[in-house]
Write a protein that binds this ligand. Sequence first.
Ligand code: C2O
Ligand code: CU
Length: 522
Amino acid sequence: MKLTKFVDPLPIPKIIKPIYKKKDVTRYTVKMKQFYTSLHRDLPRTKLWGFNGSYPGPTFEVHRSENVHVLWENKLPLKHLLPIDTTIHGAGVKVPKVRTVVHLHGARVRSSSDGYPESWFTRDFATTGPQFKNRIYRYTNNQRATSLWYHDHTMGITRLNLYAGLAGLYLIRDKVEDALPLPKGPYEIPLIISDRTFKSDGSLFYPKRPDRSSLKNPKAKIPFPSVVPEFFGETILVNGKVWPYLNVEPRKYRFRILNSSNARFYNLKLKSGPTFYQIGSDGGLLEKPVKLNQILIAPAERVDVIVDFSKMAGKTITLTNNASAPYPSGDPANLDPNTTGIVMQFRVKVPLKGKDTSKIPAVLSDIVKLSTKNVRKIRNLTLDETYDEYGRLLQLVTNRMWDDPVTEKPVVGTKEIWKLINLTMDTHPIHVHLIQFQILQRRPFDVNHYKKTKKIRFTGPPQKPTPNERGFKDTVRAKPGHITQIIARFGPYTGQYVWHCHMAEHEDHDMMRPYRVVPKKK
Ligand code: C2O
Ligand code: CU
């Protein structure tokens, strides 16, 4: 379907209102519902699933250390919108089709409120998963100001629930950030980027089986429907509209960018426009702003940027993308500069409403570097690509399946270094629940030598994280042919969490592992 670009204004997700706000707790209820909405002027209305019946869901705005309780309710129909593969982990024929569980991505939370994939529940909690603990999730928000996001995390169908629309933004504010003269109010705008393909009746298209060429034996018989190695949509949406536009004043804006796509990376540029000043990453403000002409953002990553349109009055600026799909091994020819190469448009066409008193501060925050001294454990963790029993591509971490016993068991309060040894052709955005980590380095190594001998032979010097990665992160791009090192202190809670690739098809099949933060031995 051919859709005209820049015909719909950019929607801004609503800020959600609490049910009540008392001195010691703020309480929300959020209902996951099916609804119909227009995603583009010329597209018939699309059936979606969304939090409180909207896509993206409403934005939470909370303060650091505010005690927040959320009742996440499933009010979805009993039939799924999208093709379910019953042969992958947790999605078997015996479990109900429509299951949900909500994860607040990047949050420091107790395991029982983390949205463990097997803690799913069906409509009105009629059936619950083997690890279901409690209905109300408790978020202490005891962490730096930043943009988190919430999304479905159900075992074996996360890719489908996410694609159906179950995602939204969650902003934590704090005094450090409030004291800075950043653009505020109408000049602080979320940009939630995702990709979708539509059928001509406006409904969502999601493939029912992979390309035969991706199979070990292209003639093999495979289950139907079957998971695909990755999904890439043909149109790009921002805040739930296809290729929208935004009228802006000639002044500074702060954009809270989130890539909520299943698998697509974006390398963002402002064509014939101003540069970006990145001020924050997944875990909040950087130490100082980083000036960039382009920003690469993988699924689940967030970037907080300031764009100054003050010298652009009268101009029209396009936000473009030139990341291949998959990244970086995808054929660049697959990226059409006229479709998936375009994200949205800014029109500097409205007069300045008042003096722009916002600034790009030279210093933003303190980042205390985690020292590599007193590291309790260094783990070598491979990212692997192989085939499953049907000969379908299968991505793994540590070469183990989800159901294998837990192998990563950090002791609460201690530091660990995780070395992500990427043996595949692609960059995988690796996300670790509970913690915010720091990136130490990436270093190229000989993949074939490793595959033969299990020994690491480096082929070049270590590379420091780029300046915009030198803050806190919860999702790191593990580059192919590189060992990416991250460091974190695990805690403050003990309990079972997960770590995984955030390309949703990889996560579902089977690039996700449980990990457990264990108590100190006395
Ligand atoms: Cu954004 Cu494990 O999730
Ligand atoms: Cu992956």
